[in-house]
Design a protein around this ligand. Sequence first.
Ligand SMILES: CC(C)(COP(=O)(O)OP(=O)(O)OC[C@H]1O[C@@H](n2cnc3c(N)ncnc32)[C@H](O)[C@@H]1OP(=O)(O)O)[C@@H](O)C(=O)NCCC(=O)NCCS
Length: 203
Amino acid sequence: MGKELLIRNVKDDDLQKLLSIHRDAFEGYMNTKLGDEYIIKFLKWFTLQQDAISLLVECDENIHGYVVGATIGYGSLLTKAIGKTVIKYLIFHPWLLTNKKILNNLLSRIKNIFQPTSQPNITLKDLKGISLVGIGVSKSSRGHHYGSHLIKSFEEKAREMNFDYMRLSVYSNNTTAISFYKKNGWEFMDEEAGLSYFYKKLF
Ligand SMILES: CC(C)(COP(=O)(O)OP(=O)(O)OC[C@H]1O[C@@H](n2cnc3c(N)ncnc32)[C@H](O)[C@@H]1OP(=O)(O)O)[C@@H](O)C(=O)NCCC(=O)NCCS
């Protein structure tokens, strides 16, 4: 019998399972070092916004991955919503601030609250864009096209929501993700400070 694959919106009940998928998919990343409460609030935030997308992929009742995204400029709103959780965590884990990546990221988030910036976005300036903020598939589920199903559904949903284009940033050394995005039709836009920017038009 064939496996039944389902892409659906993330619900509150899924968040604990997504937490373990996130920890597995992004092992070693800065955003897995800030505590479970932060990760849950981060994932939940996308389920609460009108102009956001949060989808997961389920197959035979197991969740294998998720994708989240929100209108470009979401960063300052997200920081305002979950910043306190991060600060609280850092008070009890101050040594994390010796990690340059964490420190720089926090400083740029704080700066972004007061002075929101839109990242490299040369050709698509006056159009309505959505940022794909994160996509993750559990290590043991990779290579089965769960990621591709997720990103295609993200694209369909963004189109339904009348976005004109999608964009994302990815560490330039994340060659797996970069070939994954290219394979799914995303185009390279720019590179800055170790991050590569990709976009895909929806018209
Ligand atoms: C990127 C990621 C989501 C891909 O998920 P996936 O379900 O394994 O990807 P798919 O099976 O749909 O792969 C689709 C295509 O991407 C490319 N790709 C996927 N994994 C690859 C790898 N390890 N090396 C090179 N190309 C790869 C291939 O072109 C593949 O097509 P093919 O199978 O026909 O060759 C997954 O590797 C992941 O969760 N990585 C960790 C988290 C991360 O880095 N997220 C992106 C930054 S937010």
